[in-house]
Ligand binder design. Structure first.
Ligand code: ZN
Ligand code: ZN
Length: 384
């Protein structure tokens, strides 16, 4: 079996890591872990749809390694689709009139897992399927798939980086579209402007939104989790615009704080400048071997020195991959070292309740000697 697809390469690496950790198998259900390893993308449902990934056998150094194929257990109505979309050769179906537990026990027996004592399940697996696996694997201790998969997923391969670069370009193009609106945005509601953003994202080649679009005008911008509402955009007030789309399954996530139709107040200009400097300092701190806490501190120090430390109420960033929020988290106290291929946001903000907020966010990828920006548009507030 050649390892020509990225999905198979990732699965084979996971099998080796399971062996090295003394784990017997990994069982996935519809999730980003399943998509990452199999290439098959589906939402969780009520039917048993499970991928059993057994650990590698033998020793990779001794040349006696064997990598048993996973077993994909799927409802019959998915059979053709899973065979087409996944690299896994052993796809087994069960019909609605069957007891899916017979198929589960059959897969467990064929993979030699009946006596398994250490099994990992998908972190988000619904309890009903976990309980069925407990019944089929009575001697096993259960752990979480992320204990093996997150170390793999945190470093993006070339396929993933290419998708995220393109998603970033789509987001950048829509920021340019927004700047081009200029004074035309004044009088639109936040929800209308969010609709405009979402239309432009798909016109520019994105696939839907990667999270709920945020348009926070004036005081609404001071609430980091505000999405959008019926407030009208006013001339000269800052508007926090945080949005993303997907390309080949991978998201973008970018924030600009723009001012439409007029000059902002001196305080808005000052805060915007502080956040820009903080964001640049955070990006400048990114290099292999630096810790995530150091990146957080680089951005936070700028904001604290300017006297707004208490108004920067969240961590500096989060990892981005198939999940928009994943490892690594850019937060004080996290001494995780950055490694080439990690992708995360740098998104400091200052939030003045009842007045306004400013956040600036770009995604960066760690390279062998620094950082690659996945968003390149101007970070200023000015529109045409
Ligand atoms: Zn964002
Ligand atoms: Zn973000």
């Amino acid at each position: 079996m050649d390892a020509s697809t990225p999905y198979e390469r990732r699965t084979r690496e996971a099998q080796r890591r399971l062996r090295d950790r003394g784990v017997d198998a990994l069982v996935l259900f519809p999730s980003t872990n399943l998509l990452y390893t199999s290439g098959f993308d589906e939402h969780p449902g009520e039917r048993h749809l499970l991928l059993f990934v057994p650990a590698a056998d033998g020793d990779s150094d001794g040349g006696a390694e064997s990598l048993p194929d996973p077993v994909f257990l799927v409802p019959e109505l998915y059979g053709e689709q899973v065979r087409a979309e996944s690299w896994v050769p052993d796809v087994r179906t069960w019909a609605d009139e069957d007891d899916p537990m017979d198929a589960v026990r059959g897969a467990v027996a064929d993979l030699g897992l009946a006596g398994a004592d250490d099994v990992l399940v998908d972190d988000t697996m619904n309890a009903r399927f976990t309980l069925d696996l407990r019944a089929a694997l009575p001697d096993a201790e259960f752990g979480l798939a992320s204990s093996v998969l997150s170390a793999l997923r945190v470093r993006k391969d070339d396929t993933e980086l290419a998708a995220m670069r393109r998603a970033g370009e789509v987001a950048d193009a829509v920021v340019s579209d927004l700047r081009g609106l200029g004074a035309d945005a004044v009088g639109m509601t936040e929800t209308e402007l969010a609709g405009y953003v979402e239309n432009r994202l798909s016109s520019r080649g994105g696939d839907g939104v990667s999270f709920d679009t945020i348009v926070g005008a004036g005081p609404n911008g001071a609430m980091p989790h505000h999405t959008h509402g019926d407030r009208e955009i006013r001339a000269g007030e800052p508007v926090v615009l945080d949005f993303g789309t997907r390309v080949d399954g991978y998201p973008s996530d970018q924030t600009r704080t723009l001012v439409f139709g007029g000059e902002p107040s001196d305080e808005v200009k000052r805060v915007h400048e502080v956040v820009r400097e903080a964001q640049a300092a955070g990006v400048d701190a990114v290099e292999p071997g630096a810790t995530t806490a150091e990146v957080d501190a680089a951005a936070r120090d700028v904001i604290e020195s300017a006297g707004y430390g208490d108004e920067f109420v969240h961590r500096t960033g989060h990892g981005v991959g198939l999940d928009v929020h994943e490892e690594p988290y850019i937060v004080a106290g996290n001494d995780r070292e950055l490694r080439e291929g990690m992708v995360f946001s740098v998104e400091p903000g200052v939030y003045l309740p009842g007045e306004f907020g400013v956040r600036i966010e770009d995604l960066v990828a760690v390279t062998d000697d620094g950082a690659e920006r996945l968003n390149r548009t101007d970070r200023g507030w000015r529109c045409e």
